[in-house]
Design a protein around this ligand. Structure first.
Ligand SMILES: CC(C)(COP(=O)(O)OP(=O)(O)OC[C@H]1O[C@@H](n2cnc3c(N)ncnc32)[C@H](O)[C@@H]1OP(=O)(O)O)[C@@H](O)C(=O)NCCC(=O)NCCS
Length: 233
């Protein structure tokens, strides 16, 4: 059988951080999946949950995880403690994918998500050479996730307001029904560092007469996009 697992090569720290691996998730992970999927502290910013029954967990793995093009369990000693995925796009949107991740609350604050995001970014750019950029959407209140992305080399690009439906009604029936995400989301991205060619934005901007804007050192451009007195909403 093909081994699709990815092991961390980090020399940082000891214990859990040096034992992180990513591998495809399947139905045998359902009990470990339920540890975080039933925890509303964890699922607050997720598109699903909190789940209250093992059956919901099985249904989620069958319908959402197994058919997914790239969905990995984040493991310590091969035991699933979280998950990370990259969604694929088609046609003209094929150049980008969206990363999402979640970790059981017992493991928060140990650098595990940052490690997993770096591993997943390296792997996906190698596996999907057509991918030019990997992006992530993060609720403005999800400070931990924003830090993970910056530490993993992503750049903040902008603010998206009223961008998506918060929970999937087919899997989760919130008391008030599905609703547009109440908070704006920040969008982050990282470019495919494996690509040999780079676009000269200076040349293309000049030739079209568009004022020249630099994005130096991957500094967040957020401040340029939204003024200090502007409302997030
Ligand atoms: C967001 C999440 C993945 C972070 O995982 P994690 O393993 O704790 O993250 P890391 O340990 O790699 O932390 C990276 C940085 O963020 C900081 N951080 C983590 N959680 C934080 C929080 N709630 N508030 C402020 N900072 C936080 C860490 O201290 C660290 O910064 P430092 O190195 O300067 O100390 C985890 O909290 C989680 O699963 N949350 C629920 C699901 C979720 O929100 N997923 C992302 C959806 S976009």
């Amino acid at each position: 059988m093909e081994d699709n697992s990815l092991a961390s090569t980090t020399k940082e720290g000891d214990g859990e951080l040096s034992n992180i691996s990513l591998r495809p998730m399947d139905l045998s992970d359902v009990d470990d999946f339920m540890v975080w999927a039933s925890d509303d502290k964890v699922t607050h910013f997720c598109s699903y949950g909190p789940y209250t029954s093992r059956e919901q967990g099985i249904k989620h793995i069958e319908n959402k995880v197994i058919p997914h093009p790239w969905f990995m369990a984040i493991c310590v000693n091969n035991r699933a403690i979280g998950a990370i995925s990259v969604s694929a796009n088609q046609g003209n949107d094929k150049c980008r994918g969206e990363i999402g991740y979640v970790l059981g609350s017992k493991y928060w604050g140990k650098g595990i998500a940052t490690r997993a995001v770096k591993m997943a970014s390296d792997a996906i750019f190698a596996e999907w050479p057509h991918l030019e950029r990997l992006e992530a959407l993060v609720d403005v209140e999800n400070v931990g996730s924003q830090k993970v992305l910056l530490k993993a080399g992503f750049m903040q690009e902008g603010v998206l307001r009223k961008y998506f439906i918060h929970k999937d009604p087919a899997l989760w029936k919130p008391h008030s029904g599905p609703s547009i995400s109440p908070n704006p989301n920040l969008i982050y991205s990282i470019r495919n560092h494996n690509l040999k060619h780079t676009i000269d934005y200076r040349q293309s901007s000049r030739s079209h007469g568009i004022p020249f804007v630099t994005f130096p050192d991957r500094k967040p451009v957020f401040d340029y996009l939204i003024g200090k007195n502007d409302s997030y909403n």
